[in-house]
Design a protein. Sequence first.
Length: 354
Amino acid sequence: MENIQISEYGTTDKEENVKKYTLTNKNGMTAEIINYGAIVTSLTAPDKNGNYEDVVLGFVEPQDYFNQNSYFYGAIIGRFANRIANAAFQLEGKNYHLTENNAPNHLHGGKEGFFNKVWIAEVLAETEIPTLQLTYESPDGEEGYPGTVIAKVFYSLTDDNELIISYEAVTDRATIINLTHHSYFNLSGRFTESITDHELQLEADQFIPIDTFSIPEGRFQDVEGSPFDFRISKLLGKDIDTENEQLKRANGYDHCFVLTGSGMRRTGTLYHPESGRKMEVFTDQPGIQVYTGNFLDGKHTTKTGGKNMVRTGICLETQHYPDAPNQINFPSVKLFPGEKYQTKTIYKFSVEEK
């Protein structure tokens, strides 16, 4: 398709060739995706003056994506997003031990998770809008997970300035799955600037408190009267440094919010007053992990110069709840043979002047 351009991106240490796929809509908005980690390396959006700028953090050099990508910039996370306590779970009466890569826990699928794999890419020519299909076959036992899983991710860019991310997965053995997308957004387009001047609104009456290892305490907590109340849009910086034990444990926001409603619905809005950029998040998932880049450490140069310092990006990761395999009160994340895992998230961009 003429609105999906394919170019060479780089070569991994394993001599794997990686390509870049650039999706473009009629407005001039672009999404650049590589088939390594199914990573979004660039995503542009208009400001109030009609200027399109990149709004997702990322590396300058391809090798930085290939060498573990410890920030998970722009990647698809699997088999299981977020943390699993003690890197272990039980399924169908069997105990499974996963890679312990966030001691003593398992994080984002392990050291060799989906973010660290070359996916098979295919441009879908029969679709109404530009769509890129990426497929990865995860073998039985990878990172400790049971079953061979075939995962597919579809990226579509609409003329309404929506980036649609659709997920599918099947398995040949009982397993668990929880996929998400891990872009860090900074709607200012200037990646050295803090996201504390962004406003966030969430359709969430509760959040999930965490222990000192960022594992859910197994309960929901009302947001009312706390720094976690985003039911009405407010600046991220308003309460982020409040004296609060939960904020201390994460060095800011790094918590899963319990989304109201079910099915596909609008679940939140991120807004940057200076540029006028607004991003709405739609999903059918029960939760959204809000992570304010608390552990960005300035080790790398950003795409706009300067360093990727703490709180220069925010992740809004739609997903099932953390540690769900070990939390009997959380919705199931099990996937069985003959079933198909399906979910969708939309990031929709527009301009609003207040």
